[in-house]
Design a protein. Structure first.
Length: 135
């Protein structure tokens, strides 16, 4: 988990980093891990904010982590929700956590070795799902 859950955060001033994430990200980067963030964005699906709002937050977050020696290789998020998505965002949610569709997609695109990967999550079900699938 990178930030404290304040529900549908899309602005930097609403974003509170989990303090230990800086040390963890820096350490993993030094070990040669590719740092990737996979995050659900139900706020976009529900129309609370836009993809552009979230991309601006992502750039700010990536810049800050890069400055401390923990560059984020990719921030990825699914843009569908099976039940609460509105308009174009209503649809299959196989890429939403705790499902691993997005992780497997990134595995191919970024040539990830899941046997040498670590998952840091905000919910036990995310971690359990990752372990069950060898991530």
């Amino acid at each position: 988990m990178i930030n404290l859950n304040h529900d549908h955060v899309y602005k930097r001033e609403l974003f509170d980093f989990v303090f230990s994430i800086f040390d963890i990200a820096q350490y993993r980067n030094e070990q040669g891990y590719k740092l990737i963030v996979i995050i659900n964005q139900a706020g976009i699906d529900k129309g609370y904010y836009t993809e552009d709002n979230f991309q601006q937050l992502s750039v700010s977050t990536r810049d800050l982590l890069s400055a401390i020696g923990a560059p984020i290789k990719r921030v990825s998020f699914p843009l569908n929700h099976q039940t609460v998505g509105i308009g174009e965002y209503l649809g299959s949610d196989i890429f939403r956590r705790p499902q691993l569709g997005l992780l497997f997609q990134l595995q191919k695109v970024l040539d990830l070795d899941l046997d040498r990967s670590a998952i840091i999550g905000d919910k036990a079900r995310v971690i359990r799902t990752g372990i069950a699938h060898g991530a």
